[in-house]
Structures are given as structure tokens and as C-alpha cells.
Write a protein that binds this ligand. Structure first.
Ligand SMILES: [Mn+2]
Length: 337
């Protein structure tokens, strides 16, 4: 962290400010005294220093971080990739391509079980499905809730596929005890109380990027979970809101290599919510794999026209089968060349 002091800063103020920094944060302070102003360079772990507190000091002209404000999610302090292993042996982040597929919402036993069987046959490793749905309108279908969780577990019993589903509130954590991966949706990416509670569990957490969140904000949200002791975080790029209206969101594929370089956590891509259009899912899935994604999460419905949620972006089982074949083909080409 670099701090530029105002020209009028006195010797006494400088000494007491430096003492304050050393005593409170345990950092080493280097000082460069120029003709017009003095510059301080803080060496050590500055993650706990509140940049707003520093800039609020009368003698401070400017302050800038040169180190990322996250530590546990930071590749600098953890160079090896994090690999998350589920109880059935499925690994995420080990260099393979993990496919998560299933309906936006769980609607009925036959619906979710039929989709689970077909996506498994196409090579999916994990079944996705929403039981609690964060909908833009309070009048839209809100999900089957607890019954939806039971139906996901039924589909898991029938197919052996681990399940990933979204949590919306802290008080539901106990209900998610038997879920394999807990998803935090885009709208809850900065629900810090929820993140902290999930950090106290040992469940893998699929953390989606908020629709108006920066890459650094996503990593800071991962840091919230990890700071409580849970380092099993999977990052998910699902499109951000821009001025473009043709697609539901704008898929920020550059986030994939950037996140992989800044962090050791696995990164997956959701081409369904990123585009909102089923015909774009295949090309964006291919692009995500080429960009280095560790996996994809794709919405699949056995009858998209009648889906209670997100039908326009859902693939049919046949379309998913084609996408799975193409991304797996691309992945093996990239691995061997
Ligand atoms: Mn959806």
C-alpha cells in the first residue's frame, strides 16, 4: 500500500501516523521524503487495513493498494489449484471439464428424474435444479422449496448424480445438509451474512458473480466464505449487465482467465443465464472451455416450452447431448495439444 501525505504534514504528525500503522497493523513502513510531499510504502500484510480509514486522515492526500485486498482466495499465497472433491469422487478444478446440467426449477418428480437420467447419459457429472427460486417478480413461480429439495435427492438416488441447488437465506442452511454443492446466486453474491454462515459449513459453495459486480468484488465475496474456514469455493461467471439488450446479460469470458490467474479456485461458466437464449448456449460453452473454464452449468428441460422458469434459455436433452459431445471433444483436443 502506498500513501501520499499532504505537503503541510508536520514531522510530529508523520511520526505518530507511522507508529499507528506499525502498532495497529504490524506492517513495516518505508518513507520517501520529497521536496513537496512525503510518500509511505507499507510492506507486509495490508489486507486488514481499511483504505477508507487511511484516506479519512487529515494528513493523507492519496492512498493506493498495490496488493490485492483478498488473501485466502489469492493465488500468490496458494500457487496450486484448489481441487474440490465430492463424496462420489467427482473432482472440480483438477484439469478435467465438469458438466452440471438440469432444469432451472424442479417442477415434479417425473420432470427432474427424467432430465437427470438423460443428462447423465450425455455425460453430465452433477445435477442442477432450483428448489428456492429468486425471481424478479414476486408473482412468478417461487419454486417447490423443501419439496423441491426432496425431489432433487430422489433424482440423486435414482441416478447417482450429486446435486447443486441454490440457497436464499441463512435460516435454511440446515435444510441443505444433504446437498452436495450449495449455490449462492448472483443476487446474493454480496449477502455477507449468508456468505459468513456458509463459511462455517464444510460444503462446497458455488458462488455466482453478481450481475453488476467486478471481478475483485466476486473474489472478496469468496474471501468472506474462506475467512470463516471453508475453502471449498467454486467461482461462476454468469454474465454481467451492460447496455446490450439482445442477450439477457453479457458473458464476460475474459473473467475466466483473469480469475484463474488471480485465484487458485475453480472457475465455471453458466452460458444459459449469461445469454438467455438456448441457441447461444453451444457456442458460448465452446468459448468458455477454450477460455479455460473448469466446468459448465447448463439449463436443460425435457419440455422447454412448458418450463415454469427460464424456458427460452433451456436446452432440450437432445441439444444438451450435442453440446456435451462438442465441449468434451474440444476439451480433449486442448488437453492433448
Ligand atoms: Mn434459471
Amino acid at each position: 500500500m502506498i500513501i501520499v501525505l499532504k505537503p503541510e504534514c508536520s514531522k510530529e504528525q508523520l511520526i505518530s501516523f507511522k507508529e499507528n500503522l506499525t502498532n495497529n497493523y504490524g506492517v513495516k513502513v518505508n518513507t520517501w521524503e520529497g521536496v513537496h510531499s512525503t510518500v509511505l510504502g507499507l510492506i507486509g500484510d495490508t489486507t486488514a487495513i481499511d483504505i477508507d480509514y487511511i484516506s479519512a486522515q487529515d494528513i493523507v492526500e492519496d492512498v493506493r493498494r498495490v496488493q490485492e485486498p483478498y488473501k485466502k482466495a489469492n493465488r500468490k499465497f496458494h500457487p496450486e489449484d484448489t481441487v474440490i472433491e465430492l463424496s462420489n469422487g467427482t473432482k472440480i478444478g483438477d484439469g478435467s471439464l465438469v458438466l452440471m446440467a438440469g432444469p432451472c426449477s424442479v417442477e415434479s418428480s417425473s420432470q427432474v428424474c427424467e432430465i437427470a437420467r438423460s443428462v447423465k447419459e450425455s455425460g453430465a457429472h452433477i445435477l442442477r435444479g432450483g428448489a428456492f427460486k429468486p425471481r424478479t417478480s414476486p408473482y412468478a413461480f417461487q419454486g417447490l422449496k423443501a419439496e423441491g429439495l426432496d425431489l432433487l435427492k430422489q433424482a440423486r438416488r435414482e441416478t447417482g448424480l450429486p446435486i447443486v441447488t441454490e440457497i436464499m437465506r441463512t435460516s435454511h442452511i440446515d435444510m441443505f445438509e444433504n446437498v452436495d454443492i450449495i449455490q449462492v446466486g448472483a443476487r446474493n453474491m454480496q449477502n455477507f451474512e449468508l456468505l459468513k454462515e456458509l463459511g462455517k459449513t464444510n460444503k462446497p459453495i458455488l458462488l455466482k458473480r453478481g450481475l453488476a459486480s467486478t471481478i475483485e468484488e466476486l473474489l472478496m465475496s469468496a474471501e468472506y466464505i474462506m475467512a470463516e474456514g471453508n475453502d471449498k469455493v467454486i467461482l461462476c461467471e454468469r454474465g454481467i449487465r451492460t447496455y446490450e439488450t439482445y442477450t439477457r446479460n453479457t458473458l464476460d469470458l475474459s473473467a475466466v482467465p483473469i480469475l484463474k490467474s488471480l485465484s487458485h479456485l475453480p472457475v465455471i461458466v453458466d452460458p444459459s443465464h449469461a445469454t438467455g437464449k438456448s441457441w447461444l448456449v453451444e457456442s458460448m460453452s465452446m468459448a468458455a472451455v477454450a477460455a479455460g473454464a473448469d466446468g459448465l452449468i447448463i439449463e436443460v428441460h425435457n419440455n422447454p416450452k412448458c418450463a415454469l422458469c427460464d424456458g427460452a434459455q433451456s436446452l432440450t436433452p437432445e441439444q444438451f447431448d450435442r453440446v456435451a459431445k462438442r465441449v468434451n471433444g474440444l476439451k480433449s483436443y486442448l488437453t492433448n495439444n
